[in-house]
Design a protein around this ligand. Structure first.
Ligand SMILES: Nc1ncnc2c1ncn2[C@@H]1O[C@H](COP(=O)(O)OP(=O)(O)OP(=O)(O)O)[C@@H](O)[C@H]1O
Length: 596
């Protein structure tokens, strides 16, 4: 499952007897026999042949610049979030990745790319079967309900995904089986007996030395049970040199750069084969030709990125899915699952003869009082409540603006309220509202001249033209993008205060004409701000556009070129001034009144 967090290297990278080399694991996890079916026995390739495979593929898709625009000729942009594990409903952490992916997807659409934005849910595994049994429902009913909770949250947050894949979808199953067969045919799957201490909640074998007293899992504080089973393994170790080469030739494959360094050191420390099936888990996709085993997490959920690309009614096969848009331009994930995306996944893809994604970006954690927010600790923030209380724009803006993308960031409600009020209500909302108020009072809400004419040689226009957020979006510097756009608002406020059009109107004559031009200039700056911030605050930007007299349809056709000065034309009539973003206390008041 793409989101099932597997915290230790050793616990996830299992050692078959043929390659068991770690003394630390040999104590708690033992491979007793190796009985490989003929067709899947190790066909160990020589280092040279791995390398030549690597030569062919290392550079095939990884981008060569640190922005995720891909090649200039490429018009498509495929972005993915993790497929979230349906063991529990979504929390603010799951929402965070998806909001960021949505902002990037929206920016790329504005930028003229044909975007395919993939998200979805990872629905197999023992934990799901147990959660379903505990609630008296079938696994399928449980998955339906939690998967729906994700979809509802995405709707509430204004997430513009194109594909929502569920790993219980038959088309996904077909793709997984075909992929498995390809890897098997490459000689990279073998079978080995496996024995160790198993944590049911982590759904993985644990290294004894990482356990607490009484063999308790340090995450779930519950005892691990001795378990023995035979599993299928993926020969990751075979791809050591390939992965080393991939990274050394594509330093932007993993971002941010400090995460690249982490990945590089994992690889350098030596790769070990990992288990890809479970004998005791029924709720999963059966291993082809072995009905007693189901496919385990990484050989299931990661494939969702490809199966998601299949259109309804299309034939369910790997080739059709790949043709529909693979490889992904960007996998956006939390740092907890970086290893699986940046190490396991490229090796699996190469083994199956498929191209690699262009970039894997591992962002940081949202923390609460310094601790990672997560289901295990139960210290999560309920995103639906935040959205209901403050609206989607506030939630989206706060987390993207205030958390440096890539690093961890702490949440506090007081900071949330003060940032959102200062930036969205005051700097942006107030500027627009007071300007429209003056325009209504003095110009019957009509623009006196074209914004281009009004702003010849104007200082605010010069400032706005210098403040482009485009490069920041391209580099996934989402906080910097917000900051740059906010600067437009700050410059607009400075300008209106310095020009004081309210006094100029009182003077009449030329002063009044100049004030009317100033209002056009400020409104044009706000229009540009609305376009540039629309990837982050789409509904707020639409409301701003509506206030500027544009229809929803017009807003829906904007592109990044609309950040160019000159959109507003003389004679254009603005809407009746209405606040586009209420201060949070006011909004809470409104909610209370609505409930009465
Ligand atoms: N605190 C967080 N901050 C940022 N992203 C998070 C956070 N928690 C989860 N995510 C996102 O969800 C993915 C992991 O999802 P998962 O379903 O494992 O949730 P979880 O709450 O981390 O679970 P657990 O607490 O049991 O480890 C991460 O890779 C990331 O994309």
């Amino acid at each position: 499952m793409v989101c099932r967090v597997l915290p230790s290297v050793q616990s996830t990278m299992c050692f078959p007897s043929t390659s068991a080399s770690s003394p630390s694991l040999q104590n708690s996890v033992r491979f007793t026999t190796t009985h490989l079916p003929r067709e899947s026995r190790f066909r160990r390739t020589s280092p040279l042949s791995i390398s030549s495979r690597g030569n062919r593929c290392c550079r095939c898709n990884a981008s060569s610049s640190s922005s995720i625009n891909g090649s200039a000729s490429s018009e498509s942009f495929v972005i993915t979030t993790p497929l979230y594990y349906v063991n529990a409903p979504p929390h603010m952490g799951s929402a965070y990745t998806t909001i960021a992916a949505d902002a990037i997807a929206r920016f790329q659409r504005l930028n003229g790319k044909k975007v395919i934005f993939v998200t979805g849910t990872d629905e197999h595994g023992e934990k799901i079967a147990m959660a379903a049994a505990a609630s008296g429902s079938s696994p399928a009913q449980h998955c339906d309900s939690v998967s729906q909770a994700y979809r509802s949250l995405w709707r509430d947050l204004g997430i513009s995904y194109d594909k929502f894949i569920r790993t219980t979808d038959p088309k996904h199953e077909a793709v997984v089986k075909e992929f498995y067969a390809k890897v098997l045919a490459s000689g990279d799957i073998y079978r080995a007996d496996y024995e160790g201490l198993y944590c049911i909640n982590c759904e993985e074998y644990k290294d004894e030395k990482e356990l607490l007293a009484n063999n308790c899992c340090p995450i779930h504080l519950k005892p691990c049970a001795a378990r023995k089973e035979d599993n299928y393994f993926f020969a990751l170790s075979k791809y050591q040199q390939f992965l080393e080469k991939l990274l050394s030739e594509n330093p932007d494959f993993v971002q941010p750069s400090f995460r690249f360094n982490e990945v590089q050191s994992w690889i350098k420390s030596g790769l070990r084969d990992f288990s890809i099936s479970r004998a005791s888990v029924d709720w999963g996709i059966e291993v082809p030709n072995d009905a007693k085993q189901t496919i385990y997490v990484w050989f299931d959920a990661l494939l969702g990125y490809i199966s998601a690309l299949l259109d309804e009614g299309e034939e369910f096969n790997l080739q059709a899915a790949v043709s529909a848009g693979w490889p992904a331009s960007l996998h956006l994930i939390g740092k907890d699952i970086l290893r699986f995306h940046a190490v396991y996944w490229p090796a699996m893809l190469i083994s199956a003869g498929l191209p690699l994604p262009k970039m894997v970006f591992g962002h940081g954690f949202l923390t609460k009082d310094g601790m990672k927010m997560g289901k295990s600790l139960g210290n999560t923030i309920e995103p639906t409540e935040l959205v209901l209380s403050y609206g989607p724009d506030a939630v989206r803006y706060f987390f993207l603006k205030e958390v440096e993308f890539g690093s961890d960031g702490d949440y506090s409600e007081s900071r949330f309220i003060s940032i959102v009020n200062a930036h969205l209500a005051n700097t942006i909302g107030n500027l627009l509202n007071r300007t429209l108020g003056l325009l209504k009072k003095n110009c019957q809400s009509m623009l006196a001249v074209d914004s281009v004419v009004a702003a010849e040689g104007n200082v605010l226009k010069d400032t706005v033209e210098k403040l482009s957020a485009k490069t920041h979006y391209e580099n996934l510097a989402l906080s910097a993008a917000c900051e740059t756009v906010l600067e437009i608002g700050n410059a607009g406020n400075l300008y209106i205060n310095e020009q004081a059009p309210w006094s100029l109107f009182k003077q009449g004559g030329a002063a009044s004409e100049s004030a009317a031009k100033d209002l056009v200039i400020i409104l044009e700056a706000v229009r540009i701000l609305a376009v540039a911030l629309s990837p982050v605050t789409p509904s707020l930007s639409l409301r701003i556009y509506n206030q500027l007299g544009y229809s929803d349809d017009h807003f829906n056709t904007i592109t990044w070129s609309d950040t160019k000065w000159g959109g507003l034309k003389g004679g254009q009539v603005m809407a009746q001034p209405r606040p586009v973003f209420s201060r949070i206390e006011d909004h809470k008041q409104e909610v209370v009144e609505l409930k009465r």
